[in-house]
Every structure is written in structure tokens, then in C-alpha cells.
Design a protein. Structure first.
Lengths: 293, 421
């Protein structure tokens, strides 16, 4: 008898729980899973209205398309560079601001501001700063007697990587800083007693304990890098001559310049597959460095 | 009188149902053109063309038809993105302002409504096509049927700083190069090329190049002339160093800003830059010269047309809106307000057009202005070839100084694929 009452209660709790979850479930179905289903359907069609069945034609075309290959390679370079940069800069800044410096709270806030700013505003800001004729950066170089530069012409990809790092390094810094402050001092004290210097303590105590955060930052950075769009759209328009034709920007142009929604849907789905694969690989190998003391 | 008591579970049920319903309700209403509900009439417009003259038309249109005009303004790239998304979803605006060869592109794809029947009925009253420059009819026609009505019709000319250039501006490429060399000193350039690839076309047209030859299905013919025109522009920036190297971006106002800042003596642009120049540097003694001549005197025509999507809910209302906006007195008001050029022949003869030195200079350029997309438009591929592939070619040559033949080989392969698809 009591068992039955429990079972009835469980069922009622379950119903209530599902009822409470229903809005979230409906939201994800309507705004995430149905569009993904629609994307898959569209990806096997072609034509301006995406109404001619093309089978897997769009996928085989994507594999042999040199423009797609070019965009993919550029995007991988972008994602790897921004990920490595975010890890190095984020950790470096966190180590710097983990010390008892005056005004460190203000520095932390200042470093986080770019991350909280919209990519459109960041793009417009840097586009104006980097303008070789009217931008402030060349005026500053000129004022101190250095030669003026044409970053967006001579090294456009490196430039937008730099802008991306400027925007995102603060976020990585906050994550690393939180983790650094969670490491008990006793580990460092024990290592010091055992004769470890600062470098060995950093390498054998701090870094292993930061492994979960490092993994998280690298996964988020790779995904953000592979999905980057605004930097190419706003700062360089993909130029010059496709030098910053990031994958999602390329997909956007296939859809809205060439008006090939079927092909752009196939390209989008392939990106989802690449992101899932990259994340799986990172999870598989990234956990190896984790330790428990 | 009995009052039903709501249990906590009832409240949760209502809350859950409301939460589920909310996304549907907002999803149906937000952002979608509401042309088929509540008397709303949706118009997509270029953000730079929101003149008071058109607002007055909208006010009268609302009063006449009892509708509320939902006047949405976008930059051209955003307008195209929004419109293509609308075509895909089937929920379209009632009237759209378009540029370039969009009307023909959308006629080919079946997304633009033919206005032929409306013109057959009302053409005489609006003096169409007799009072309209022939090019403005041709660029809105596909397979002998009209799909758009020209609203603005402009061209690009040589704008220069009279204090620097003097009263005799260059009229040929050689003269321009000579003048630019003399004027390039310190941080001042003789000329500023635009990063927008459409600004390459006055040079190409002056050298007799056509974008597309329908008979041979080849692009950029005559090829030698195209190579020469592209190389000349690259040389201005890289060999002679009389122009800054254009910086790729979505902003085409760079040269205008340099002219306004007196850092460039000459630029090639259209009347859309007059207002920013006047506002940012009222002391600039601005001159407007006729287009340059190489093999021929030529420049690009530009401008905006109005079209009605095929799935528009009330095409009769859409046509009435177009008639009102393209009326001569509205054109006149827009010219007075913004100096914009118009497609009617009678507009060019108006006293205010003839009396205004700047407007007249551009009006005088219209007879030899060429729609460089006129043969490419009917292929339905102008979006990909002109906006995407040619942009890459131009940037490769003029920005990166890649040998023209090398860059053309890449362009040819991609353009052939686009035309075949």
C-alpha cells in the first residue's frame, strides 16, 4: 500500500516536472531541432527556391569545391590561432591579476568589457582604428616616427585574429582567474617544501589543476572560431580577394549572393559535423591532463 | 454565487500553457511583414533614401487607402538578405526598393511580379515609357515584360577639389595620371580609388569593356581592354602611388572622406556623396567634371527601382504606391531636398535642375551613362558574378597587385561555373 502511494506520488511529480520542462522542450524543438530538420531537408535540394531534389549532390559538390576548401582552411587557421591565443593570453592575464596588485578589480572589469560588447560594435570600432589613411593607429605610429601600416591589406587574417583575441581574451582570463583562486595554497606550500621552484610549481601543480578550465576554454574557443562571421562581415567584407573568407561568411554569401540555399544548407550541416567532431576529439584527449589531489 | 478555487496545480497548468503559447504568439508576430493583416502595408527601402518627399507620399497613401505603411529601411546588403529570406519563407513585403540588376534577377527567379498589365492600363497617364530614359526601361525589363519602375537614375563622375586641381580638370586617362602625379604630395593623394568593385566600371566602360556578351556567353569582353583598364587602376595605387591602396570593407565612403578631409584631390563617385561632402566640409570648393574618355566617354549608370514581389498580398495597392512615388512632382521634391537624379526626360529639363550647377552636371552625364549589368542581369547570375566574383577579381588586382591575367583566370573559372549552374 505505501509503495503504491509512493508510485502515485512519483508519477505526479514526474508529470509536474515534465509540465515545468515543457516550455523549454517546446522552445528547443521549435527554434533548434525543427530548423535543423529544415536545414537537412533544404540541403538535398537546389535552385533559387531550393525546390529541386538534388540528393547528396550538394554534399559531393562541397567536398570538391575549391572555394569551400579555401574558406575551411582559413577558418581552421583562425580557430586554432584564436584558441591558442585565448589560452595563452587568458592564462597570462589571469596569473598577472591573481597577484595583490593595486586596481586589479578595475583591470579585470576593463579586460572583460570587450567580451561584453557586440561583435558589430567591435568590428566597426577596429575598422575605423585600422583604416590606413584616416585611422588613429597609423596617426599614432606616424607621431612616434614609425612607418604606417596597412594591416587589412598586407595581413588581413592575422589582423582579424588579433581583433578576436582582443575581444575574447578577457573572458578566458575570468575563467582561469576563478580556477586559480580555487587552488588551495597547501598544494603550492607542499611543493615548495619538496624543493620545487616557481616554474616547476606552475608546471606540475597549477597547470594540471587548471586542466578542466583549459579544456572548457579550448572547446568554447574552437567552436566560436569555427562559427566566426562578424569579423569578416564587418571589418574586411571577406577580402582582400577572399583572404578572410571565413567559412560561415562563405556560407552566407552562397545563400544571399549566389542565392543557393540548398548548397548553403549542406555547407552549414557539414560545419555542424566538423564542430561535433572537433569537440569530441578535444573531450577525448583533453581530459588526459586532469588530476585529482 | 460560487467561486471556483484554483489549486496550486491549476495555477501551474495555466502558467505552463501560457509559457508554451508565448513563443508561438511572439514568433508569429515579430519581425514578419504584416502586409496581409490589420491594414498594414510593408515597404522595404534603402536607408539613405528616406526623404521627406517620400514620407509625404506615404502620408497621402495611408489616408487614401486606410492602411498603415510599415516603412522599413535597410542598407542594401541587409535589404537583400532580408528580402531573400522573405522569398524563402513566402511572407513578402508589398513594395521593395532595389538596386543594380535585382529586378531582372528576381524576374528570372519568378519572385518579381510583372507590371506589364498595370503599365498597359496606366502607362499613358504617367507618360510611360515616352517620358522615361530608355535605359531605365531596359534595366527593369525581362523577356519584353516590365518588372520594375525606375525611381532614381544617377551616374558617376569625377569630383575634384578646385583649389587643388584648378578650373581645368582632366578629361582623359593620361591627363588624369599627369594631374594626379603633380597633386600627390605628402599625405595628399591625387586621386582616391574606391574599395567597392562597382567603382571599377567607369574605367572599364571607358575602355570599351562590356561585362557580359550573351552571344559568346563570355564575361569581360574585349579581354585585352579589360586587362588594360584593371591594370591602369592597379598602377594608380601600386606603380604611380597617386592613390591609396583601397582597403576592403563594406564601406564605400572612404574616398569621399579623403576628399572632404582634403587628403585626396579627385574621386570618382555619384551624387549620393554630395550631401556628406557638403555637410562635412562646407568650405570645400567642389568641382564636378564630365566622365573621362579613353576609347570612349562613358560612365556607369546607377539608381534604384521599385518592384512588387510575386507573392505580395495586394498588388493593386503596390502599383498605386509605385505610381505615387514616381510621379514627376515627387521626383521634383526629392531633387530639391537631396539633389537626387531622376529617370524622367522631363525632369532633366526642369528649371531647378538646369539652375543647379551640381545637379545639372550629373544630369548631363546621364545620356552617356551605361548600365554595366544590362546583359548580365537577364542571366539571373548578376548577384554572384558582379557582387561576389568580380569583387574578388578587383581586390586581387587593385588591392593585392596580383597580375591581371592570373586573377582573371580565377575569375573566369568561377564565372563559367556560375553561368553554367
Amino acid at each position: 500500500m505505501p509503495k503504491r502511494r509512493h508510485s502515485g506520488l512519483d508519477a505526479r511529480y514526474s508529470r509536474t516536472a515534465y509540465l515545468m520542462l515543457l516550455p523549454a522542450i517546446v522552445f528547443f524543438v521549435v527554434f533548434t531541432y525543427l530548423p535543423i530538420g529544415n536545414l537537412l531537408t533544404t540541403s538535398v535540394h537546389s535552385g533559387p527556391q531550393a525546390n529541386e531534389f538534388a540528393g547528396l549532390g550538394n554534399y559531393s559538390r562541397a567536398v570538391s569545391d575549391p572555394a569551400v576548401r579555401h574558406a575551411f582552411v582559413i577558418t581552421v587557421i583562425f580557430a586554432v590561432a584564436t584558441t591558442v591565443g585565448a589560452l595563452v593570453l587568458g592564462l597570462g592575464l589571469a596569473l598577472l591579476l591573481d597577484r595583490p596588485l593595486r586596481g586589479r578589480v578595475a583591470f579585470r572589469a576593463l579586460l572583460l568589457v570587450p567580451y561584453l560588447t557586440s561583435v558589430a560594435i567591435v568590428g566597426l570600432l577596429w575598422r575605423n582604428i585600422l583604416d590606413p589613411e584616416l585611422g588613429i593607429l597609423n596617426r599614432l605610429l606616424d607621431a612616434v616616427g614609425l612607418p604606417e601600416q596597412q594591416w587589412l591589406v598586407t595581413s588581413p587574417l592575422a589582423t582579424i585574429i588579433g581583433v578576436m583575441l582582443w575581444q575574447h581574451a578577457g573572458y578566458a582570463m575570468v575563467l582561469f582567474l576563478a580556477d586559480l583562486q580555487g587552488i588551495p595554497d597547501v598544494y603550492h606550500e607542499a611543493a615548495t617544501i619538496d624543493g620545487a621552484g616557481p616554474v616547476r610549481r606552475f608546471r606540475h601543480v597549477t597547470l594540471p589543476l587548471l586542466a578542466p578550465t583549459t579544456l572548457f576554454v579550448s572547446i568554447i574557443s574552437v567552436i566560436t572560431g569555427l562559427q566566426a562571421f562578424g569579423q569578416a562581415y564587418i571589418i574586411t567584407d571577406g577580402g582582400p580577394a577572399g583572404a578572410t573568407d571565413l567559412y560561415v561568411f562563405h556560407v552566407f554569401n552562397v545563400a544571399f549572393e549566389a542565392r543557393d540555399f540548398g548548397y548553403s544548407s549542406a555547407l552549414s550541416f557539414l560545419l555542424v559535423v566538423v564542430i561535433l567532431a572537433a569537440t569530441a576529439v578535444q573531450l577525448r584527449y583533453g581530459r588526459r591532463g586532469e588530476v585529482q589531489y | 454565487m460560487s467561486h471556483k478555487q484554483f489549486s496550486r496545480r491549476d495555477v501551474l497548468r495555466f502558467a505552463g500553457a501560457a509559457a508554451v503559447a508565448a513563443p508561438f504568439a511572439t514568433g508569429c508576430g515579430a519581425g514578419a511583414p504584416a502586409s496581409d493583416a490589420g491594414g498594414a502595408f510593408t515597404v522595404y527601402w534603402n536607408a539613405g533614401h528616406g526623404y521627406q518627399a517620400y514620407q509625404q507620399v506615404i502620408d497621402e497613401f495611408q489616408k487614401a487607402h486606410g492602411v498603415t505603411v510599415n516603412f522599413q529601411k535597410y542598407q542594401w546588403p541587409d535589404l537583400r538578405t532580408r528580402l531573400l529570406a522573405d522569398f524563402a519563407s513566402g511572407t513578402v513585403p508589398d513594395v521593395v526598393e532595389t538596386q543594380g540588376a535585382w529586378v531582372q534577377e528576381f524576374a528570372v527567379s519568378g519572385d518579381a511580379l510583372s507590371l506589364q498589365d498595370y503599365v498597359a492600363k496606366d502607362g499613358a497617364a504617367m507618360e510611360f515609357p515616352d517620358d522615361w530614359l530608355p535605359a531605365t526601361v531596359a534595366r527593369n525589363t525581362y523577356q519584353d515584360r516590365l518588372y520594375g519602375a525606375q525611381m532614381h537614375y544617377t551616374c558617376s563622375l569625377l569630383l575634384y577639389n578646385k583649389e587643388m586641381v584648378g578650373d581645368t580638370p582632366p578629361s582623359t586617362w593620361d591627363e588624369l595620371l599627369t594631374a594626379a602625379r603633380e597633386l600627390t604630395t605628402g599625405d595628399v593623394y591625387g586621386i582616391a580609388l574606391n574599395q567597392d568593385s562597382s567603382y571599377a566600371w567607369p574605367w572599364l566602360l571607358q575602355n570599351g569593356v562590356r561585362f557580359y556578351d550573351p552571344s559568346s556567353r563570355r564575361t569581360l569582353v574585349d579581354r585585352d581592354a579589360a586587362v588594360e583598364a584593371l591594370q591602369f587602376q592597379a598602377d594608380l595605387a601600386h606603380k604611380h602611388k597617386v592613390s591609396p591602396v583601397p582597403v576592403p570593407s563594406t564601406d564605400y565612403a572612404g574616398p569621399q572622406k579623403l576628399l572632404s578631409a582634403k587628403r585626396a584631390a579627385m574621386i570618382i563617385t555619384g551624387p549620393w556623396d554630395l550631401k556628406p561632402i557638403t555637410e562635412s566640409s562646407p568650405d570645400l570648393d567642389l568641382g564636378i567634371a564630365p566622365a573621362l574618355r579613353q576609347k570612349e566617354q562613358a560612365t556607369i549608370s546607377a539608381g534604384a527601382s521599385l518592384m512588387v514581389p510575386t507573392k505580395a498580398a495586394r498588388p493593386d495597392l503596390s502599383w498605386d504606391f509605385i505610381k505615387r512615388v514616381t510621379a514627376l512632382d515627387v521626383e521634383r521634391a526629392a531633387t530639391r531636398e537631396a539633389g537626387m537624379l531622376m529617370p524622367r526626360k522631363s525632369w532633366a529639363g526642369l528649371p531647378e535642375v538646369q539652375a543647379d550647377e551640381r545637379t545639372k552636371a550629373f544630369a548631363d552625364g546621364l545620356p552617356y551613362a551605361v548600365d554595366y549589368l544590362q546583359d548580365l542581369g537577364p542571366t539571373g547570375k548578376s548577384g554572384e558574378i558582379a557582387d561576389n566574383l568580380f569583387k574578388q577579381l578587383y581586390q586581387s588586382v587593385v588591392v593585392q597587385n596580383t597580375p591581371v591575367t592570373e586573377a582573371l583566370a580565377v575569375f573566369d573559372a568561377a564565372a563559367e561555373q556560375a553561368l553554367a549552374g
